[in-house]
Write a protein that binds this ligand. Sequence first.
Ligand SMILES: Nc1ncnc2c1ncn2[C@@H]1O[C@H](COP(=O)(O)OP(=O)(O)O)[C@@H](O)[C@H]1O
Ligand SMILES: [Mg+2]
Length: 247
Amino acid sequence: MLQVQNVQKSFGQFMVISDVSFSVTKNEVVALLGPNGAGKTTMVNLISGHLRPDSGKILLDDRDITTAPAHVRIALGIARNFQITQLFEELSVLDNVRNCIFSKEGRSGRFFKPAGAYRGEKSGAMSVLETFNLAQFASDPASALSEGDKKILDTAMAFALNAKFLLLDEPTSGVATSDKFKVMDTIISAIQKQGTATLIIEHDMDIVEEYTDRVMVLAEGRILADGASSEVMENKEVKETLFGVSD
Ligand SMILES: Nc1ncnc2c1ncn2[C@@H]1O[C@H](COP(=O)(O)OP(=O)(O)O)[C@@H](O)[C@H]1O
Ligand SMILES: [Mg+2]
């Protein structure tokens, strides 16, 4: 599905990613962990096409997409959420999802036409809202949603792009701890229904252990560990890097 091969990325003199390789196969939900500033969001941007690596390759289904622009990658099946939610607060929940679908279809020039002009996308957008338990809010403005539901909508919009490969950068950031599991239950059950390969960045270890098959740890520009979460979390170097403890 997705292969990252010896990718390197610097910002000026500052090398954030020095040599990263990994692959994600169909149906896998993989967590990417690492300290603040480790380069996790940079890695998401490299895969989504918002940044280009200095060297190395990125392949989707064996096709080299290393230099493909973001909109081409979306068309090929890579979708991402945004860590800082990019909702149109005044638009309805349904129209936020429909806009996302229009823009994939290359109709973003018509973004602000009355949504009723595009009946085709309505059923698709509604079914995404149903999958994410947001259908009852379809005609409410996005601004009326709780923070947890806004984060679910943010992920639902990425999901509406019908991706083969989904990038979720901190999908529960800003969600109250008590709501995190509800948000993740909704997101993960939608992903599993579709069999979408997913790379998820998450800090909360309870969430990581509950919802992901595999964990990779990014530190000092490299993948420090990659494997089943139970094994990776026992690794001494990983504990030191993530929690600052060595016992
Ligand atoms: N566009 C950019 N220009 C310069 N430095 C950047 C840019 N994006 C990220 N960085 C730097 O790269 C490092 C990794 O950032 P980031 O990928 O956001 O880390 P993480 O998501 O793991 O917290 C940070 O030190 C950050 O300041
Ligand atoms: Mg980040």
